[in-house]
Write a protein that binds this ligand. Structure first.
Ligand code: LMR
Length: 398
């Protein structure tokens, strides 16, 4: 039965990790997968998480099932983190959600949920978008179309072209937006641009589907949610997939939130029964541990303050690496203007070099990045910055 299956190439992002690990060059640099690293190249467990785990270990008294939605405390705390306490949609009792295995789980569950509401519905995604959006959404039955977003020639947003394309999108279509820290390009929408898009969604009737994988990695927890919250005030219905992988550093625990905003409370109750049925038919219910950690952090004032301080530290480190790399590339004499890296937000930017140059950096210098030249900024450090910039300068010259 399985003999005829052909082998597939490695995943464009995760596949890099294995090649990197096997590389024996002591100068190797991993700028591939989006995982925060400290100056020593380590991805630490946050102190707030350690403390929450210690408390959980002491207080946990059952391993009985949690149910398809996960724990109610996690859902309430996350809805408030994402929307802001007192948001009109929360006050109107129009929000329902489920704890999911990571942001990926949320994207997949929401895609299947949308496909139930309208089979084969079209979802518009940015060009470019995160590579895994396509299988996560498409394998659920949605049809994928794209709108222009990032102009590689100018390393900036093409907002006019984006608007022009989205003008043709109407009721029954979904539009996927990145709430902040766009993956892969790092170019985010301004507040004025979010206003334009929110008015378009309201007027044209398409349904916003917002992926918020990096809340707190751009400017702040609240500022990063500005567009999402505005959109949620402007439209009757909306979907949100949130991830706790990056901002809580809980990557391998798989914690996310699938959230739906409905037009009224009765529709919300009906819709939630469908959402939970999608979950039950997929993986039955989410694992508890990561969600319990998040709930404990968000609902305890001192743990929350510690977590916010650690999140700020991660964000500031990335931002200082952004300015550092722009300066160092210039001092290394790298051909071109890389100042856009400093203007962009979050974990990623495109370096803007060719796939051949990406390959050369990997083969000759053991510097790993995705073929598109997306770099995970946190993989840089004071220790490897000079080697990285010198190598890029050499490859650009050759
Ligand atoms: C990334 O884009 O590198 C991260 O979101 C991790 C992943 O699963 O691809």
């Amino acid at each position: 039965m399985f003999d005829h299956l052909s082998s597939l190439p490695a995943d464009p992002i995760l596949g890099l990790l294995a090649t990197y690990r096997a590389d024996e060059n002591p100068n190797k640099i991993d700028l591939g997968v989006g995982v925060y690293k400290d100056e020593a190249g380590h991805t630490p467990v946050l102190q707030a998480v350690k403390e929450a785990e210690t408390r959980l270990l002491q207080s946990e008294d059952t391993k009985a099932y949690v149910g398809p939605a996960g724990t109610p405390g996690f859902n309430t705390a996350m809805q408030e983190l994402v929307l802001g306490a007192g948001h009109a949609a929360l006050v109107g009792n129009r929000v329902r959600s489920a704890q999911t295995p990571g942001g990926c789980g949320a994207l997949r569950v929401l895609a299947e949920f949308s496909n139930r509401a309208k089979e084969g519905a079209t979802i518009w995604v940015s060009d470019p978008t995160w590579a895994n959006h396509v299988p996560l959404l498409g394998n659920a039955g949605l049809q994928i179309k794209s709108y222009p977003y990032y102009d590689r020639a100018t390393s900036s947003l093409q907002f006019d072209a984006m608007v022009e394309t989205l003008k043709q999108v109407g009721e029954g279509d979904l539009v996927l937006f990145h709430a902040c820290c766009h993956n892969p390009c790092g170019a985010d929408l301004s507040r004025a641009q979010w206003k334009v898009l929110a008015e378009m969604a309201q007027k044209q009737g398409f349904t916003p589907f917002i992926d918020m994988a990096y809340q707190g990695f751009g400017d702040s927890l609240d500022a990063d949610a500005y567009g999402l919250r505005l959109m949620a005030e402007s439209v009757p219905e909306m979907l949100v997939a949130a991830s706790c992988s990056k901002n809580f550093g809980l990557y391998r625990e798989r914690v996310g939130l699938a959230m739906v905003i409905y037009s009224d409370a009765a529709a919300a109750d009906r819709g939630q029964s469908q959402l939970l049925n999608v979950v039950r038919g997929n993986y039955s219910m989410p694992p508890n541990h990561g969600g319990a950690i998040v709930e404990s952090i968000l609902t305890d004032a001192s743990l929350r303050a510690n977590w916010e301080a650690e999140l700020t530290e991660m964000r500031e480190r990335i931002n200082s690496l952004r300015s550092g790399v722009v300066e160092s590339l210039q001092s290394a004499g790298a051909a071109g203007d890389f100042s856009f890296i400093q203007r962009q937000k979050g974990m990623f930017s495109f370096l803007g070099i060719t796939p051949e140059q990406v390959q050369k950096l990997q083969q000759d210098y053991s510097i790993y990045m995705v073929d598109s030249s997306r770099i995970s900024i946190a993989g840089l450090s004071q220790g490897n910055m000079a080697y990285f910039c010198q190598s890029v300068a050499e490859v650009l010259e050759s």
